[in-house]
Design a binder for this molecule. Structure first.
Ligand SMILES: [Zn+2]
Length: 99
């Protein structure tokens, strides 16, 4: 997962952590430590992440049924991390008031 900090849409400082960014999708905005302004990832990126993960989960379910080996289901865990990294952390933050 990316360890980089993300750019604040208000002051353009890269001070928002990946952790804050992930949680800004669902229930609370990420507060920039520099300018104290709230921002969040547009919900559409959260939905894309979820959709990609659900598709991959079905792929792993199919694999485990075909091969008769349930350990293929463990693949959904790294798949989730990859989806979050690819779709959620790469998405831009937007100022909270435009939601
Ligand atoms: Zn800021």
């Amino acid at each position: 997962m990316s360890k980089v900090f993300h750019e604040c849409p208000h002051c353009h400082q890269k001070q928002i952590s990946s952790f804050q960014k992930l949680f800004s999708v669902s229930f609370s905005p990420a507060i920039c430590p520099v300018c104290n302004q709230p921002s969040n990832v547009p919900i559409v990126h959260g939905l894309m992440t979820l959709t990609a993960w659900i598709l991959l989960t079905w792929l792993f379910i199919g694999l485990s049924i075909m091969a008769g080996m349930s350990f293929f289901l463990l693949g959904t865990i790294p798949a989730f991390i990859v989806c979050v990294d690819r779709y959620l952390l790469k998405a831009p933050l937007v100022p909270r008031e435009f939601q």
